[in-house]
Write a protein that binds this ligand. Sequence first.
Ligand code: URA
Length: 219
Amino acid sequence: MSENSSVFDPNCTACPRLSDFLIKIRLKFAHYHSRPVSSFGVKNPKLLIVGLAPGLHGANATGRPFTGDHAGIILYKMLYEHGFSNKEVSTHLKDGMKLKDCQITNAVKCLPPENKPTGDEITTCNSYLVEELKSTDKKAVILCLGLISHKAVLKALSLKQSTYPFKHGISYSLDDGHTIVDSYHCSRYNTNTRRLTEEMFSDIFILIKSQIDLNSNVV
Ligand code: URA
């Protein structure tokens, strides 16, 4: 695990480009959250989902990961169908959505221009992920949505990228004891092009549940 760990700061302005961008977005969309987006869900989850970063009119607007984002439609549907939540659709903070055994976070907590955080921004934000991973039991499964999330998780755990190449549908028992599962990101682009279908994504959750069961039987 990286030494560089910090508790999430809802007022973080550590990345100048991102905080300047959020100021501009706040002027344009006054009612949007437009601040760093904290993780959502239970403490000490059995499943920690790591996305990329908030979307402009989704998580950045509502203040909850994947809520209001196109990518959240399929993600929250899967969570419901596989028993990780009490409802299928997540629209706003007061919609009654409750996750079960699950927490969702992002590799980068602030909205990046064009959905593309820079390498420096991913590195700066990594200290929050370190802290989130520290508070996650080793028996939990970490779902990495896409290559950037996968790399950010390995970085936070101080593990070599080359030992664990990203691959959709793979499960790794990492050297530090954590388990990760990789999936293509459930972005609009990936679902529209059918790089990630609902069936493929559902299979990822079946794999996660069997891995959680396996891990819980290890003493
Ligand atoms: N919304 C999020 O919160 N994260 C993503 O990775 C995509 C959309």
